[in-house]
Ligand binder design. Sequence first.
Ligand code: GLC
Length: 475
Amino acid sequence: MEIFHISAECYPMAKVGGLADVVGALPKYQTNAGHNVRVVVPAYDTKFKKENQFECVHWGSVKLGSFNFPFSVLKESTDVLGYELYLIEINELFDRPNVYGYEDDIERFLSFQIAALDWIIARNEVPDVINCHDHHTGLIPFLTQFAYKYEKLKDLKTVITIHNGLYQGWFGFDKLHYLPEFDLKHVGFLEWNNSINSLAVAVKCAQAVTTVSPSYLNEINYAANGLENLFNSVRNKSKGILNGIDIEVWNPLKDKMIAENYSIENFEIGKQKNKEKLCEQFELDPSKPLFSFIGRLFEEKGGDLLPQASALALSENFENINILILGSGNSEIESQLTQLRNDYKGNYNVFIGYNEELAHLIYAGSDYILMPSRVEPCGLNQMYAMRYGTIPIVRRTGGLRDTVIDFGDEGNGICHDQASVGDICYSINRAVKLYDDKISFNKVLKRGMEADHSWESVCQDYIEIYNLIIEKNEI
Ligand code: GLC
């Protein structure tokens, strides 16, 4: 089967969050399973782009209203990632270091989608399925069906995978003329609450909707930033598929980014060495339990709760615990977290920014990973953590609910229900007690390490959906 994944992110070409990890890994496993898989992302000015070889396989020009943007399609020459990677190069729009956050993001991602389809239609064969990811590629299921110039793709099947339903890519009808021409009787597909809502368009037009965990699929029926009714109405073509993790990239036995390799056989020594390195780097005490947070510092991830929860947990357990935070995002949260350094020197530290290598060392060297998310469509960090023998402390929501079970129920982690400072501190206190009971602690940790979250088992679920929509047009 020929499968296209079209996405704004793909690790290691361009990563902001978990979307990149998924689009960087799932295609590899689909390729291994015998499919022809092609991944298409914009050609941002990233390290990966600079350091790899590309050949131009197509060029053209995207017309956006009265603007014309020349574009090229660049194929990564060596298939170094285990699948074919294509970059859409539109210099005026993407020759910038960041993935998102520009005033013209709507124009950028619209041009990207149009250029990708222009290229696909210029090829000889029509793929079997396009898997779109999040709102940045949400117009594709509409354009393939209704834009005159993509007539040849009319019957092409599309899937929208929702990694985060809070962001929807809204824009006004004043930009309607940016879209390639289509029969106006279909304009209703574009509209949600008087604007064009890219995510809603995809949910309406794609043959299947997938979310990145089963619990998140249930949650968006009552919490989806205004799209609840829409999600309810498409339940019969929706499925929640829990993400996998790339167990080749995330393997404590082979990981070159950590200080000492280890497996479930010798994790005590291995983790201790990594912890020592980490604690030395951040002036922490390796004899105390280390609680870490890795991620974006936003409310959605419970980032706003971290400063107060850290201060409270550290003062209650003064001299008893370490807390280490790696992340960036909201500048208010960043500065609160930075200030805490002065008050809890030796027990607390923070690294503002993102650093993939440091993230690996933190998973290897921490005892607990904190995930106090308000919303977590899947969450990969808890799975990485467990694979590295680090016990997750999570708020029960979305994919966290599906992957972490409280140790009180013979599970692999520590869970609470409220996104509150009180609940986080309560969990930290339970974690401190568990840490002191080494036998129980190791039991919980091993349950996490033993779990199989590999893509191999999950990748088939996607193929099944593609097959159903190809054969029956529904799932
Ligand atoms: C988004 C979600 C996260 C999910 C990831 C990959 O970043 O917020 O929960 O794990 O996408 O699907």
